[in-house]
Design a protein around this ligand. Structure first.
Ligand SMILES: NC(=O)c1ccc[n+]([C@@H]2O[C@H](COP(=O)([O-])OP(=O)(O)OC[C@H]3O[C@@H](n4cnc5c(N)ncnc54)[C@H](O)[C@@H]3O)[C@@H](O)[C@H]2O)c1
Ligand SMILES: O=C(O)C(=O)C[C@@H](O)[C@H](O)[C@H](O)COP(=O)(O)O
Ligand SMILES: [Zn+2]
Length: 378
């Protein structure tokens, strides 16, 4: 943990994702939506943009964004999709592409994705395929999107076979993370995003995990400085991984900690509000630590410490918290669709303790079954 984010809330924190000619900046601070016009202007080849948002975010922030663009002399059209994970599907992708084309989008125009991870993922994917590629900018409005989904260029949709199974690697040209937008976020959504923040501590930053144990509750309760610090630290961690391994040949898989289990739980819940992505990740991270402890790799005290912290802020820590019965075979069936499967073998992100995650293809089917039997009985 070496990013410091002091200074007034309106001061802009700047980070970069170093991808050579596709390098882009992540700007973090207050009031960025209101300043978006002047911030995006230098990247535009044409003074017309297309905004994609969802109905909830649109009601809250579209007018402010449009006003800021107009003040900078930028014309805009907007497309509003329904809120929620169910929007990340083929039907809405088709609708979005059609509406971009009906709006006569041109290759030299910019798309602005204003919203959470759902809007960022589907808009980024549409941007990568419409006219064979149009530039886009991420304006993330959830904690999850600010610390994770807006950075790194994973775009896509869910399919009947599983989570994010159709998509592309397509980097944005800029990320504008306006931390003031987090003030209107429902607590449940904020907590879901917090799970991905905790993930960075668990992967390779034990000092950040300790910092979260001290400041996490303040962050959840609305402490702007704590939010800014957490977004900066998370984005710096993600940017470093993405710059080193953009297409997940190797170490980017660490960012998937908790996701092999989490995505299987989400699939079983049908991508509804029953289980949010971040909640699934919280439970999945505990399961990854339990599996690591079961294999004698990680001290059981670290699993207990993780569970204590997640529970203290109000996140679920086991499948039982979801309130439905899961079948181990069905979860394994979903896991077999994971994009990390190689030569038919599941890949897991395990840990040797907090801050010491690693990628493993050594988990035997019987060990996974034993872990699931234990987790599902808890
Ligand atoms: N591409 C990646 O690297 C990556 C990383 C992590 C997660 N994801 C994906 O992100 C998605 C989850 O994203 P999410 O948690 O942001 O969900 P989301 O986009 O569904 O947003 C959550 C809810 O909050 C509302 N909302 C958004 N901003 C708001 C605000 N400022 N105030 C009030 N309400 C607001 C939305 O309308 C929505 O109802 C999942 O599909 C997940 O797979 C992608
Ligand atoms: O950026 C990454 O890489 C991640 O794995 C971040 C995850 O938090 C995110 O949920 C991602 O969409 C999962 O990727 P997937 O490849 O498992 O679908
Ligand atoms: Zn995730």
């Amino acid at each position: 943990m070496n990013v410091t984010a002091s200074g007034p809330a309106t001061e802009i924190g700047r980070l970069a994702v170093d991808l050579g000619s596709r390098r882009y900046e992540i700007l973090v601070g207050g009031g960025l939506i209101a300043r978006a016009g002047s911030l995006v202007l230098p990247l535009l080849k044409n003074r017309r943009v297309l905004i994609v948002t969802d109905a909830t975010v649109g009601r809250l922030y579209l007018e402010e964004l449009v006003h800021s663009l107009e003040a900078a002399g930028i014309r805009q059209d907007s497309i509003v999709l329904p809120p929620g994970e169910a929007t990340k599907d083929f039907r809405h992708l088709e609708e979005l592409c059609s509406r971009l084309l009906e709006a006569r989008i041109e290759r030299n125009q910019m798309i602005l994705a204003l919203g959470g991870g759902v809007i960022g993922d589907i808009t980024g994917f549409a941007a990568s395929i419409v006219l064979r590629g149009v530039d886009f900018i991420q304006i993330p409005t959830t904690l999850l999107a600010q610390v994770d989904s807006s950075v790194g260029g994973k775009t896509g949709i869910n399919t009947a076979q599983g989570k994010n199974l159709v998509g592309s690697f397509y980097q944005p040209r800029l990320v504008l993370a306006d931390i003031d937008a987090l003030d209107s976020l429902p607590r449940r959504e904020l907590l879901a995003g917090y799970a991905e923040v905790v993930k960075y501590g668990l992967i390779n930053d034990p000092a950040f995990f300790s910092w979260l144990e001290t400041h996490g509750a303040d962050l959840v309760e609305g402490d702007t400085a704590a939010r800014r610090q957490a977004v900066m630290t998370s984005c710096a961690a993600k940017a470093a991984v993405v710059a080193a391994d953009e297409r997940e040949a190797d170490q980017r898989a660490l960012l998937n900690l908790g996701h092999t289990f989490g995505h299987a739980l989400e699939a079983e819940c049908g991508y509804t509000d029953e289980l949010l992505h971040g909640e699934a990740v919280a439970i999945g991270m505990v399961m990854a630590f339990e599996l690591s402890a079961m294999l004698g790799l990680s001290p059981p005290e670290d699993t207990a410490r993780l569970v204590r912290h997640l529970a203290a802020v109000g996140l679920p820590t086991s499948p039982a918290a979801i309130g439905r019965d899961f079948d181990a075979d069905r979860l394994i069936h979903h896991m077999q669709q994971d994009k990390k499967v190689k030569d038919g073998r599941l890949t897991f992100v395990l840990a040797r303790g907090i801050g010491r995650a690693f990628v493993s293809r050594e988990v035997e089917p019987a060990q996974l079954e034993a872990l699931l039997a234990r987790s599902l009985a808890a």
